[in-house]
Write a protein that binds this ligand. Structure first.
Ligand code: RB5
Length: 147
């Protein structure tokens, strides 16, 4: 899968192992192609910029899914969801990750480095990437209503 990854400085803050590089490494080890939308330093940036880069990549058809990381995942999700066609979900449990795919057909997963451990994040990523949209009639109808 081609996955656009974006983050602010929170996902680059120490101590090591740093979230962003570990997650990118993990995705590549799983055979995914990562489109890195930055940032790659701990210098402060504005999360809407990386959120927009991931959404633009996805909407241009240059990625199949997006991952966005900030301190909480909240800022990234608010920014991403301003784009029609983007369904960004903040997930803090594997069940939320599964349901965001099955029911909401989320195409961007958001999570927070200051909320989850790296191991928790990797588990959520695994579940989210492995779960298809249910295609259930009521879920299709509801997702379509959001444009
Ligand atoms: C940056 O300090 C922090 O505000 C940001 O990473 C994010 O949590 C915003 O939602």
């Amino acid at each position: 899968m081609r996955i656009a990854v974006g983050n602010d400085h929170a996902a680059m803050e120490g101590p090591p192992p740093l979230f962003k590089p570990e997650i990118v490494r993990y995705l590549r080890e799983q055979g995914h192609t990562v489109v890195d939308c930055g940032t790659n330093s701990a210098e402060s940036v504005d999360y809407p910029d990386q959120a927009q880069a991931v959404c633009d990549t996805l909407l241009a058809g240059e990625a199949d899914a997006g991952l966005l990381m900030c301190g909480t995942g909240i800022g990234m999700s608010i920014a991403a969801n301003r784009n029609p066609g983007i369904r960004a979900a903040v997930c803090v449990t594997p069940d939320m990750a599964r349901l965001s795919r099955e029911h909401n057909n989320a195409n961007v997963l958001c999570f927070g480095k200051r909320i989850l451990s790296l191991q928790e994040s990797l588990r959520i990523i695994d579940v989210w990437l492995a779960t298809p949209f249910s295609e259930g009639e009521r879920h299709v109808r509801r997702v379509c209503k959001m444009g």
